[in-house]
Design a protein around this ligand. Structure first.
Ligand code: SAM
Length: 281
């Protein structure tokens, strides 16, 4: 925006944002603070990819961009649904939902990722509310949404023991939660000393039992991954019934190189999984 067209509310918003940031900083857990710092640093790289994702009209999932019409993870129609994206990043998924007639709201813990999302909203003229906040403590009343989604957002960067109860709280009875995570076998085939450049192994390299918090030697981020039994227990304890666990597979003609995952590996084992669950009526 040129000087001449400067938005008179910019300063006010900046003041509000820094007040919000200060409040968040006081209340953030160690890992939420660390994840905010790393995502603020990674945001520039994600900003480069954001316009391509925003230009699309069709929801797709994961590293191989598999269209939802082939997976059926989302409800058949999202038209008119109140939806929330938990850890929306540059918010392209919410933009796809908006183009299909849903009313999305995005929440993310990284001011820099949200800056990109706001720029994309202006560029593509698709507007919806974006909130700076922690998906483990959602600033929304109970039963506000029909659909909650997360594509590598809260689904891996938040503690499931905190974000799943929050997702359950803000969903209406019968509402759906759909979230993408790294495949469990993939996580077990990575080692504690692996960096982002280490290809995933073909043997188990860490214990399955008590999987929870994951940290990496080459950056300061913290992820969370659970075993299947723990996911099922947690989801059911929060009033979700499990509709489907969709194991993603690269399309036969795919040549895409996914981070850490050789194509040949991904053809044999699921490197990504989508949990599709429904809040009981
Ligand atoms: C990989 S992006 C997900 C967005 C998009 N689907 C994508 O794949 O690029 C992960 C996002 O999760 C956000 N995130 C991490 N911890 C969070 C938290 N506690 N609450 C909300 N968002 C969080 C990060 O800031 C980041 O923008």
């Amino acid at each position: 925006m040129s000087e001449a067209r400067a938005d008179p509310f910019d300063k006010l918003r900046a003041g509000y944002r820094s007040a919000t940031l200060r409040k968040l900083e006081r209340t953030l857990t160690d890992y939420a603070q660390r994840n905010r710092d790393v995502w603020d640093a990674w945001a520039a790289e994600y900003a480069e990819w954001a316009p391509r994702a925003w230009a699309g009209n069709e929801p797709s999932w994961g590293e191989f961009s598999i269209p939802d019409r082939e997976l059926g993870a989302l409800p058949e129609s999202v038209e008119g649904m109140d939806a929330i994206e938990l850890g929306c990043g540059t918010a392209y998924f919410s933009a796809w939902l908006a183009k299909l007639g849903a009313h999305p709201v995005g929440i993310d813990n990284s001011p820099n990722q949200l800056e990109t999302a706001r720029r994309m909203q202006a560029k593509f003229e698709v507007e919806f509310p974006l909130h700076l906040g922690n998906a483990e403590e959602l600033p929304f009343p109970d039963a506000s949404f029909d659909l909650a989604i997360s594509e590598y957002g809260a689904s891996i960067w938040c503690d499931p023991n905190k974000w799943i109860p929050e997702a359950a709280r803000v969903l209406r009875p019968g509402g759906q939660l759909v979230f993408l995570v790294n495949g469990l076998i993939k996580m077990l085939c990575t080692g504690e000393d692996d960096t982002v450049a280490t290809p995933v192994d073909e043997c188990l390299r860490r214990p399955y039992f008590e999987m929870h918090r994951f940290e990496w030697p080459d950056d300061d981020s913290v992820e969370f991954h659970l075993g299947y039994g723990d996911w099922i227990r947690l989801l059911r304890a929060n009033d979700f019934e499990i509709v489907e666990l969709i194991e993603l597979r690269p399309p036969v003609d795919s040549t895409r190189v996914a981070q850490q995952v050789p194509l040949d590996w991904a053809r044999q084992w699921p490197c990504e999984e989508i949990w599709k669950v429904r809040k009981r009526d």
